[in-house]
Design a protein around this ligand. Structure first.
Ligand code: FPP
Length: 257
């Protein structure tokens, strides 16, 4: 049966093949604002509205994990006023009602040591309040970069090796995955980047080894429910082979889940 839709123009998604984990690089807020002669901060404010729309929609259609790249390690190099505006926007946009009304759990990944104290406190409180929600897990990547977390993981594994707790030959894909900020979270099935750039920008490089990649020109503030469905529909039409042949995949349907 096709998924319940809001209007007749919407794509029909296969409810049995909704990606378990979708990661999004939300790009284009600044250009959206510039095109309208507005300050970049207005683009970020509109971007927060899109965060709410897409979070609600992901929860509604049964996505289990949604990871949003809200602020990268490299974004610390932006003008101080923009950094401050983004931080206060993140703080004000994490509304408890969004999480409680949609049964959404919050997790933050990133270098919390660099974040303002009040953000850490507010996020921690919301993580605790939403810990028992059983629907979507919203993972906000804040002060995050993939190379940063891989270095952190290597440091922690090296310390264990130096202490004799682990032998080098015992280090595996699983033990490295378990040392990342995303430990216990399945790898993204689908990575979406809005805003027209075709790159990964230091986001989930290890975790996206076998993710399907989807790039679109739409600026993040304009990215709506239909655009989200289009990305998922394209994902549902791809064959995920994980290095195997098409014939092997056809004989092993679990690979397509
Ligand atoms: C990229 O646009 C967007 C960002 C760097 C920030 C995105 C953050 C938000 C929308 C707030 C998120 C809040 C939560 C709670 C997840 P850009 O400024 O790089 O745009 P440009 O490439 O057009 O200049």
């Amino acid at each position: 049966m096709p998924m319940q839709t809001h209007n007749n123009n919407e794509l029909h998604l296969d409810p049995t093949r909704i990606p378990r984990h979708i990661a999004i690089i939300m790009d284009g807020n600044g250009r959206w604002a510039k095109a309208r002669g507005l300050d970049r901060s207005v683009g970020h404010q509109k971007g927060v509205e899109t965060v709410h729309t897409i979070t609600e929609e992901a929860a509604r259609i049964g996505v289990q994990y949604l990871t949003l790249y809200a602020f990268s390690t490299e974004n610390w190099n932006r003008p101080a006023a923009e950094v401050a505006a983004l931080m206060s926007l993140v703080l004000s946009s994490l509304e408890e009602s969004l999480f409680m009304n949609n049964n959404v759990r919050l997790l933050l990944i990133g270098d919390t040591a660099r974040l303002p104290e009040e953000i850490c406190r507010a996020v921690k409180a919301l993580e605790e309040k939403t810990a028992r929600n059983t629907g979507l897990t919203l993972i906000v990547a804040l002060s995050y970069s993939s190379k940063w977390e891989i270095i952190e993981a290597v440091r922690s594994i090296s310390a264990k090796a130096a202490a004799g707790e682990v032998k080098p030959e015992e280090i595996t894909e699983v033990s490295l995955s378990d040392s990342l900020t995303t430990a216990g979270i399945p790898d993204p099935d689908l990575l979406i980047r809005t805003g027209g750039e075709i790159r990964l920008s230091n986001f989930l490089l290890w975790q996206c080894a076998y993710s399907e990649l989807y790039f679109c020109d739409t600026y993040w503030p304009d990215f709506g429910r239909e655009d989200f469905h289009r990305a998922i529909s394209e994902y549902q039409h791809r064959e995920r082979r994980y290095g195997k042949t098409g014939e092997q995949v056809a004989a092993e349907p679990s690979l397509q889940e």
